[in-house]
Design a protein around this ligand. Structure first.
Ligand code: FES
Ligand code: FES
Length: 919
């Protein structure tokens, strides 16, 4: 223990501490400066960036012992000094913060840059912010915001009364994200909370036996408890699809994947920080593991679960028309096999939270996408009623589907319930990566037939998904993919079959698109080969076969409106023509590198597949003349708080500035369902619209006015302007309900869908979003490296409720698509950190041009559809198609790393013959 005296944010502080403690721990735990975030504790993510003597450093790599006499400035210090006011306003204006977990690090890095360079350009920003990772934004709006900051003095966009929809309004929850006060899962625990840590299997499959756990606790003063499966008071399993719930809180008898929990230790923070879990008394008996579907379906393979013969979790099917006859009618039949890897969500915020027992109830403050589902599972695990569980989501530092499943919740619940003391937990980056769900690896087989005039006749698609050790969202993937695998096109006949196979790997779950991004890679890449075989332009081939209104989808569903796919392709046509001509010109004189252009399309159904999917929103007016929106749809960075507020404000007919938001809390907000499947704008937006309209009618009734009246809210008064007269109602004299509201309304919306029959025929989604992206890139023929030049993304979003947020979703999705295409591959035991598992940095994302197509869907609120997952789906195939365009041969095993690209180049004998030259 030593004493260290240093300056933090301009004040002298003295800390008594171990000299080896990380600066991040001292800032956050000892000084309460939680604006500095922790994403990796390894110098990889930059979330912990602070200024040390004016230079940017990763605080997680700085031992406190060497800081005597030094000066540290954190986000809180920058804010207090007023050095970042215009930068913060610029971030808010451009929508540069989504989840916000990376933003303190970004702002610190930006201030360090601006201190040295008062007018940076894009290249300066990329260099200065290159050490800070963002998984949400695609970096483009961050770059815009920093470049604009030195001269930024615009006011925030204000919406005219009743006209918030369609405006680029700054996020309603944005300010805490740019001043370091937003509370994420690791930020808000009581200072005396005990700390929990999970004991995990180091083997992909192993039996195990515990030693003397009581003796272990006694030998470690400060260790309070150890829990195993024997200590679960209710049921020792959970799962997002209740009939298939199969994942134990603590493994019993055998661990089925590396990283699976077998025990929990809980103790005082100082003890847990020192505890070496490698010495935990557990004896492992490693057993042969199956890690691929091929191994898992072999006849002698060990079975992971009773009742799932062949390790098959589930199969999916959609079929329509006479397949073989349709292939027989084709002049060209092209087929191919494609393979994708495990993909890690890599949200910058690892799983974290804390829990407190309050009497006979448990309160949990956790990072989650799905508070009500969490509540049901936690109640079952504790063996208590759901009413005794309260889930209060913290701000969520990125999720993308990875925080739909339980992670920390059962551990916090069991420990706080038993010990009756607050308990906190934060996963390390490696345990987050090894233990939580992944994007399903897929092996896909596709066969497509087309006629000489470029009309599709048939598609046959098969996919085997590695679904890992537990069910998670495997059934959802297996059922969603067959509906989508054909893309937004019309076929005479179609068949798509899928199987999700258990292996001794981490559970594959939900990740932005539920398997559709993988299927789109196979379908859209093969389409280029079909177009080439037919001999027509690749964009024209897609246009010729594009789904339009009045035509049946592969499930027989017919839409009479809201099908904007052709418009997206047409919007890309001028870009396509220009880019192809440029590429041909550039390639004429180039031997070292080649330019390529690729296009790919997408469709994606918003909401659950043929299942109930309700959202409930409540809204009311209080005596102070403020509209209180009870908004339980968790905003994971995508902007639900803002979009739902915009919709609701317009439905009532009041300025959005009059709204106060009550955030998600299972005690106080109705169930708005999970934040997934691109459903919140569409489903919760419709509920917010209906609730807003119902409240409007109640307010009009107070003045006996009809719907053509207008409302005006002032502090304590409601004025109703109606046919030349104004009725003013003093709100302070009205009775209030238990929520303090003088009038309130609640509405539920559940999208109209139908069940699919045995052939997968029916109406699985009320709304589909459509889109197409075009990538321009350069391939280095000697190194196999790819330089992305530009992505142009045209998306039919129905109605852009907030164009800035829509663009943010597109840019973030494109960035994740770049990772999927070019660099990301999770390998259990090998890439469980952010230096071996690479995600796109600010330098990897090129210019992204968004084109918003508005088809005004009749089912969506003000015509709006979802965009969250759609934006990722066409990116990877458009990149792969551009690579093939450049080098003449396709990459069918992802990611397209330089070694794979080089191998592909070497497989082509004559580059001069590549189809890319046929402009
Ligand atoms: S937490 Fe310090 S670099 Fe990631
Ligand atoms: S906004 Fe950057 S990680 Fe979420």
């Amino acid at each position: 223990m030593i004493r260290v005296t240093l300056s933090v944010n301009g004040e002298q502080v003295e800390v008594a501490t171990s000299p080896l403690r990380r600066l991040t721990d001292v800032l956050r735990d000892d000084l309460g400066l939680t604006g500095t975030k922790v994403g990796c504790e390894a110098g990889d993510c930059g979330a912990c960036s602070v200024l040390l003597d004016g230079e940017i450093v990763n605080a997680c790599t700085v031992p406190i012992g060497r800081l005597t006499g030094h000066e540290v400035v954190t986000i809180e210090g920058l804010d207090a000094s007023g050095r970042i006011g215009s930068l913060q306003r610029s971030f808010l204006h451009f929508g540069a913060a989504q989840c916000g977990i990376c933003i303190p690090g970004m702002l610190v890095a930006a201030v360090a840059l601006l201190d040295k360079n008062a007018n940076p350009d894009e290249s300066h920003v990329k260099e200065a912010l290159g050490g800070v990772l963002c998984r949400c934004t695609g970096y483009r709006k961050i770059i815009e915001a920093v470049v604009a900051a030195p001269t930024f003095d615009d006011d925030p966009v204000l919406a005219p009364e009743g006209k918030a929809v369609g405006q680029r309004i700054a996020r309603v929850d944005g300010i805490p994200k740019v001043n370091g006060t937003d509370q994420f899962g690791a930020d808000g625990a009581p200072t005396d909370a005990l700390v929990a840590k999970v004991v995990r299997s180091p083997h992909q499959r192993a039996g195990f036996r515990f030693g003397d756990l009581g003796d272990y606790v006694r030998r470690h003063p400060g260790l309070v408890a150890v829990y195993t499966a024997a200590d679960i008071p209710g049921r020792n399993y959970f799962g997002v699809i209740p009939p298939m719930a199969d994942q134990p809180v603590f493994a019993e008898g055998e661990a089925r994947y590396r990283g699976e929990a077998v025990a929990l230790v809980v103790g005082e923070a100082a003890l847990i920080a020192q505890l070496d879990l490698a010495l935990f008394p557990v004896e492992w008996q490693p057993r042969p593991a199956v890690t691929s579907p091929d191994e898992a379906t072999a006849t002698e393979a060990p079975r992971l679960h009773a009742g799932r013969p062949g390790n098959v979790l589930i199969r999916g099917l959609v079929q329509r028309g006479q397949l073989e006859a349709a292939f027989a009618a084709a002049d060209h039949v092209v087929e191919g096999e494609f393979e994708t890897a495990f993909i890690e969500h890599a949200y910058i915020e690892p799983e974290a939270g804390h829990s407190v027992r309050v009497g006979d109830r448990i309160e949990m403050h956790v990072t989650t996408q799905t508070p009500h589902m969490d509540r049901a599972d936690v109640a079952a695990i504790l063996g208590i009623s759901v009413e005794r569980v309260r889930i209060i989501p913290t701000s969520v530092g990125g999720a993308f589907g990875g925080k739909l499943d339980l992670s920390i919740q059962p551990f916090l619940a069991v420990a706080a319930w038993n010990l009756e003391r607050p308990v906190r937990i934060t996963y390390t980056r490696p345990e987050s990566m090894m233990s939580t769900t992944k994007r399903h690896p897929a092996r896909m087989f596709v066969r497509v037939g087309a006629t000489n005039d470029g009309k599709l006749t048939a598609m046959d698609f098969g996919a085997v998904f590695n679904t890992g050790a537990y069910a998670s969202w495997g059934p959802t993937v297996a059922n969603r993919v067959p509906v989508h695998a054909g893309g937004p096109y019309v076929y005479d006949a179609y068949r798509a079959r899928t199987a999700a196979i258990h292996t001794h790997c981490p559970p594959s779950g939900a990740f932005r698109g539920f398997g559709v991004p993988q299927a789109a890679i196979a379908q859209e890449c093969l389409f280029d080969e079909v177009a080439d075989a037919v001999g027509i332009d690749r964009l024209e081939f897609r246009l010729r076969n594009a789904l339009t209104v009045g035509q049946p989808t592969v499930t027989g569903q017919v839409f009479e409106a809201g099908v904007g796919y052709r418009d997206c392709l047409e919007a890309l046509r001028p870009v396509w023509n220009r880019a192809r001509e440029e590429a041909a010109e550039v390639n004429k004189g180039s031997t070292r590198s080649r330019r390529g252009v690729g296009v790919a399309g997408l469709w994606y159904g918003c909401g659950n597949t043929s299942l109930p999917n309700p959202s409930t929103i409540k809204v009311g007016l209080n005596r102070r003349g403020r509209v209180v929106l009870f908004q339980g749809a968790v905003d994971i960075g995508q902007g639900a708080n803002t979009v739902i507020s915009q919709i609701c404000a317009d439905a009532i007919g009041v300025p959005i500035e009059r709204l106060i938001r009550v955030g998600a809390d299972t005690d106080t907000t109705p169930d708005a369902g999970k934040t997934s499947a691109s459903r919140q704008t569409f489903v919760s937006g419709n509920a917010a619209y209906a609730a807003g309209q119902a409240l409007r009618q109640k307010l009009l009734a107070l003045a006996h006015a009809a719907d053509d009246a207008s409302l005006e809210l002032d502090d304590g008064a409601l004025a109703v302007h109606y046919r030349g007269e104004t009725v003013t109602i003093d709100l302070s004299g009205l009775e209030t309900d238990a929520d303090g509201l003088v009038a309130a309304a609640e509405a539920t919306y559940d999208p109209p869908t139908t069940a699919l029959n045995a052939d997968g025929q029916g109406e699985p989604y009320a709304v589909f979003g459509f889109g197409a992206q075009l990538t321009e890139l350069q391939v280095d023929l000697e190194l196999g490296t790819i330089r992305l030049l530009r992505v142009t993304a045209a998306h039919d979003v129905g109605k852009a409720v907030n164009p800035a947020l829509v663009e943010g979703q597109i840019e973030g999705g494109v960035a994740q698509g770049i990772g999927l295409a070019l660099m990301e591959e999770f390998i259990p035991g090998r890439t469980e950190n952010l230096h071996d598992y690479l995600i796109p940095t600010i330098g990897d994302v090129p210019e992204i041009v968004s084109i918003l197509v508005e088809s005004n869907d009749p089912v969506g609120p003000y015509g709006a559809k979802g965009i969250g997952e759609h934006s990722l789906i066409p990116t990877a195939p458009s990149i792969l198609n551009a690579i093939r365009d450049a080098i003449g041969v396709g990459i069918r095993r992802l990611p397209a790393t330089p070694d794979r690209v080089l191998a592909a180049i070497r497989s082509v004998e004559e580059l001069d013959d590549v189809p890319g030259d046929q402009v």
